[in-house]
Write a protein that binds this ligand. Structure first.
Ligand SMILES: NC(=O)c1ccc[n+]([C@@H]2O[C@H](COP(=O)([O-])OP(=O)(O)OC[C@H]3O[C@@H](n4cnc5c(N)ncnc54)[C@H](O)[C@@H]3O)[C@@H](O)[C@H]2O)c1
Length: 355
């Protein structure tokens, strides 16, 4: 029986609630499809600061490095906001240690669900995009300086960093609708000019079969809300990707619906919902587990090569949404744990129909 080692990092706020949902779904998939998932739960974020005075303890790092995949809930909360050690340092540390350079955030709005969007239905209905965000370079990792009266943040990109994330985007586009939109600010910023030149060269050399267009980040912010259906794969640098992917995340109607995968050069990945620790609803069983379950689907697909199982989980999620078994953020009345139960029941029901 195939066996996989999954490290689970519940973290803070609603993190433990949604991570538990992910574990439940994986257990059901293991039982139905005959796989063994070994779970190893470790500390990260605020709880790790509280218990170990370190947002990313060494034993967490060792376990993540040895695992087949890592499932994360969320980190952070007001309790740690003014402390010198920050929960988010744990997140940056795990990404760095695992060499994760590409963050994939799929976002789609099924026509039957378009009414949930804050935008007009005809604008979002059928939108289906994948945002590929560079994760290790740019302003978030550059040298920082600070005096009483001024501060600087260095923005650094190398050709190799741009090429490797662009490859992820071009390869993904080939499996989707074969179009890449590269987002930069090449009219003003030097790293963006390097970004654009590198993408153009790589496209010409290796991916000329894929349609490529370029957009400036400011106009892209407008396009994402005025014509989101025109995009397939979007690739961009770290900070632009951070902002644009949050913008795109509201299109389906709740941030609780979306998952993400962070991938490196090996098959190993970190999978997490795109939302934060939502301290306002933590401990109330109100958290929507679907973003985490979509992340689990990517974990199955990208790190464990279990596409059939990922398809089954996606189908179970869709069935539960279509049946209106929803948490409060989507206008429903169910606790998060009941939505998870409904999805697990669908996984089992789907498997018995297939058999
Ligand atoms: N990757 C991460 O771990 C991550 C990402 C973003 C923010 N954060 C941290 O999370 C904390 C809270 O940040 P925030 O409030 O800006 O963002 P957030 O995503 O935690 O919450 C934003 C809003 O969305 C709601 N929400 C989020 N997830 C939901 C879910 N699954 N179901 C239902 N509703 C959901 C929340 O209740 C809140 O109203 C901060 O400390 C922040 O630094 C962590």
């Amino acid at each position: 029986m195939p066996s996989f080692n999954i490290v689970v990092l519940p973290g803070d706020g609603i993190g433990p609630e949604v991570a538990a949902a992910g574990v439940e779904a994986l257990k059901a998939i293991g039982e139905v499809y005959g796989h063994t998932f070994n779970f190893d739960e470790k500390l990260i974020g605020g709880i790790a600061i509280d218990e170990r005075n370190d947002p990313y303890p060494a034993d967490t790092d060792a376990a993540c490095l040895a695992a087949d995949a890592v499932l994360l809930g969320a980190v952070g909360g007001p309790k740690w906001d003014l402390q010198p050690k920050r929960p988010e340092q744990g997140l940056l540390a795990v990404r760095k240690s695992l060499g994760l350079f590409a963050n994939l955030r799929p976002m789609d709005v099924a026509p039957s669900q378009a009414f949930r969007s804050p935008l007009k239905e005809d604008i979002v209905s059928g939108a289906d995009m994948l945002i590929v965000r560079e994760l290790t370079g740019g302003l978030y990792f550059g040298k920082q300086t600070r005096t009483e009266t001024q501060a600087t943040d260095e923005c650094l990109y190398t050709v190799a960093e741009v090429e490797r994330v662009a490859r992820v985007a071009f390869e993904a586009a080939r499996k989707r609708r074969n179009k890449v939109t590269s987002v930069d600010k090449a009219n003003v910023i030097e790293t963006s000019r390097l970004w654009r030149e590198t993408i153009i060269k790589l496209h010409k050399a290796e991916y000329s079969d894929v349609e490529l267009e370029h957009a400036l980040v400011d106009s892209m912010a407008m396009h994402l809300v005025t014509r989101p259906k025109s995009f397939d794969v979007i690739v961009t640098e770290n900070m632009f990707g951070d902002i644009l992917s949050d913008l795109a995340s509201v299109l389906p109607g709740s941030i609780g619906l979306l998952g993400s995968a962070s991938l490196g050069a090996t098959g190993k990945g970190l999978y997490e919902p795109i939302h934060g620790s939502a301290p306002d609803i933590a401990g109330k069983d109100l958290a929507n587990p679907i973003g985490t379950l979509k992340s689990v689907s990517m974990l199955l697909r990208f790190s464990l090569n279990l596409s059939k199982e990922a398809d089954a989980l996606d189908a179970a999620i869709e069935a539960v949404i279509a049946a209106g078994q929803l948490t409060k953020d989507l206008g429903g009345t169910l606790p998060g744990s009941e939505v998870t139960k409904a999805i697990v029941a669908q996984i089992r029901a789907g498997a018995s129909v297939a058999a």
